[in-house]
Design a binder for this molecule. Structure first.
Ligand code: GLU
Length: 295
């Protein structure tokens, strides 16, 4: 039994949930799924599912289908055919070619061992490869200046890409497209207007805004929701072996995510009633008239 409000054709809102299929969803990933789902519904928009399987070595076979099953069991139905990044490689190549044609990329020979363990890329290959070296990865030539934007959850942000990341990788040494590039290309190609995702991606936002600008794409409005931490204060993640979310008790699982978003637990008889109540509360808090898309 799934709760789904007809997506109004009047609303220009297009949101998405973009899980990496490196395992099933856990309670932490459910928070991002829930917030993006509610926000799309509250704006009478569309909610898309994008399987981010670009990082092939980390993909677990069958995890995509498991994630879809989990979402369905929670009553979260997406509005359009899901897309898989692994099937969109020509799109990423085209974006890379466009950036390269405008001089925004360069080949980099540096190995991880040659670089400082943190801080921005020191620009070793920015003006050409050192003699006798070959390009392994490709970087985006970051532009100077502070990226200023409002995050609907975290408030006003100022991020300096040159200072924090420097020229960042868009094509990896193993030949795979980097997350920063593909996420921007996909959000643009899918006409995403609103990104709602976990706060661990807040500091990627400036890089993504910059890339979008260079590709001539509008960058969506962003909301970065809190992360669930384990007892040691680490982000719950598949790498830290977080347990898959419990779909046998959907109401408890949903209420747990809902409370992590700062709301009081809902008393609901079934999943449908849970979503109806949650939607009303979410809409009151996050879809005030000034935040809806004007037409
Ligand atoms: N695939 C990313 C993740 O699972 C999310 C990307 C995004 O929402 O921009 O962490």
């Amino acid at each position: 039994m799934a709760y789904s409000v007809p997506a109004s054709s009047q609303s220009g809102y297009r949101g998405r949930f973009a899980p990496s299929p490196s395992g099933p969803l856990h309670n932490g990933s459910l928070i991002a799924a829930m917030a993006s789902f509610l926000d799309a519904r509250a704006h009478h928009g569309r909610w898309l599912l994008r399987i981010e399987d670009i990082d092939m070595p980390r993909v677990v076979p069958g995890a995509d289908l498991a994630i879809m099953h989990q979402l369905r069991s929670m009553g979260m139905l997406w509005d359009e055919k899901p897309v898989w990044q692994s099937q969109r490689l020509p799109l990423y190549q085209a974006a890379f070619d466009q950036l390269t044609a405008s001089g925004d990329t360069y080949g980099c020979a540096c190995t991880r061992q040659e670089l400082p363990s943190d801080g921005p890329y020191p620009g070793i290959c920015r003006h050409g490869l050192p003699a006798g070296r070959q390009a392994r990865a490709w970087r985006f030539r970051a532009s100077q200046g502070v990226e200023c934007f409002d995050d609907r959850w975290q408030g006003p942000q100022q991020q300096d890409v040159v200072k924090h990341a420097g020229d960042f990788i868009i094509k990896r040494a193993d030949g795979l497209w980097a997350y920063q590039l593909v996420v921007v290309v996909d959000d643009g190609a899918q006409g995403i207007t609103h990104i709602v995702r976990g706060a661990d991606l807040l500091d990627s936002t400036a890089r993504q805004r910059m890339l979008a600008r260079h590709l001539g794409l509008d960058y969506p409005t962003v909301m970065h929701v809190p992360l669930l931490l384990d007892p040691e204060g680490r982000k719950l993640s598949k790498q830290n072996h977080a347990a898959a979310m419990d779909i046998t008790r959907p109401l408890d699982t949903l209420n747990q995510a809902w409370q992590a978003l700062g709301f009081e637990a809902l008393v609901a008889q079934d999943v449908e009633a849970f979503w109806a109540a949650a939607l009303e509360r979410w809409a009151n808090r996050y879809s005030q008239p000034q935040q809806t898309l004007g037409t």
